[in-house]
Design a protein around this ligand. Structure first.
Ligand SMILES: NC(=O)c1ccc[n+]([C@@H]2O[C@H](COP(=O)([O-])OP(=O)(O)OC[C@H]3O[C@@H](n4cnc5c(N)ncnc54)[C@H](OP(=O)(O)O)[C@@H]3O)[C@@H](O)[C@H]2O)c1
Length: 296
């Protein structure tokens, strides 16, 4: 099996380089790759790459993920999150390749408290959410064989992440304020990559199981509780670190105005994924504790 991985340097893309390696030959591209075009700002270049490589599976981890910046550059967000994924879908439909793609909790408006299911109606609040939804729809409309995994609050040990930011702030300040009215599940890029590899295997014998699925770690939390969990974990065990912060105060979203509106309720229901693919998604704390053990 020849797998083309796009966006290989991102959080999820990096973990996919590891998890996909056992499935076959992987060609991994990022936007600055030189041998083949992996730049989503150049849809025609990406189309030519697909025609030259003719992969059996296309895994798309590239995206415009800067949620606030997307508000001021909607054309670029549209290109990266919708137009070029649409090109991937057209080419996959033409050749019979599988297209694996990631989407987001930000397709929902965040109302209510119930976890969103795949059958719920999206109503994005931001340019990022709207362009990601458009990407989903272009893929679905193309008729290609596809798997779309909607996820939330992605973190990885590599690069910057929320936990690292909290640890830095807690070592500099006595008091932190963190939002407590946005709910979701922190989801490890490694978990997403492992689920992806498992699903690709599954789809080889059960192609009828392709489609749209929610994929997040188990349970739910808010950013304030997530921060408290990170700081508590960092202060225990053999690698315990000393922190200056003595108070982590909860504040509403309105305390941190941002260009993009974010959903309050980002809980995603994962029953469909777990039952279709025979998977058990571990509680979010498990992955966060593991990531902390790696970075501390
Ligand atoms: N991060 C989250 O919290 C989150 C939540 C829900 C869903 N998702 C979805 O999960 C998927 C993976 O996200 P992630 O967290 O791994 O994001 P990420 O770390 O920001 O990775 C995105 C990747 O896209 C690349 N990219 C940027 N501009 C590009 C271009 N013009 N052409 C090709 N590649 C380009 C980035 O390269 P550079 O780093 O070099 O710019 C990076 O490798 C995305 O579909 C995202 O929408 C993420």
């Amino acid at each position: 099996m020849h797998i083309l991985l796009l966006g290989c340097g991102g959080q999820v893309g990096w973990e996919l380089q590891r998890s996909l390696a056992v499935l076959g030959r992987v060609t991994a591209l990022d936007h600055d790759s030189t041998q083949h075009c992996g730049d989503f700002a150049n849809p025609q270049g990406v189309r030519e790459t697909l025609r030259a490589l003719r992969p059996d599976v296309i895994v798309n981890a590239a995206a415009h993920t800067a949620v606030d910046k997307a508000e001021s550059e909607p054309e670029l967000a549209q290109l990266l999150n919708a137009t070029t994924p649409g090109v991937l879908a057209e080419e996959a439909a033409r050749t019979g390749a599988w297209l694996i793609h990631y989407s987001t909790d930000y397709v929902f408006d965040g109302s209510g408290e119930r976890p969103w299911t795949e059958a719920d109606t999206p109503a994005p609040l931001s340019v990022y959410g709207a362009t990601k939804l458009e990407g989903e729809r272009l893929i679905q409309a193309s008729g290609c064989r596809h798997l779309i995994l909607r996820t939330s609050w992605v973190y990885a040990a590599r690069g910057g992440n929320f936990a690292r930011t909290m640890l830095r702030l807690a070592s500099e300040r006595e008091r932190l304020t963190v939002i407590d009215d946005q709910w979701g599940a922190p989801t490890g890029a490694d978990l997403l990559a492992d689920v992806t590899a498992h699903a690709i295997r599954h789809l080889q014998t059960r192609p009828e199981d392709g489609g749209l699925y929610h994929c997040v770690a188990g349970g739910a939390t808010n950013w304030h509780s997530y921060a408290k969990y990170v700081l508590a974990q960092a202060q225990q065990g053999p690698a315990a670190i000393e922190l200056k912060a003595t108070e982590v105060a909860p504040v509403p979203t309105s305390a941190f105005p941002t260009p993009a509106r974010r959903p309050h309720n980002s809980r995603l229901d994962t029953h469909k994924l777990q039952s279709t693919f025979g998977l058990q998604l571990p509680p979010w704390q498990q992955g966060v504790a593991r990531m902390l053990a790696e970075i501390l």
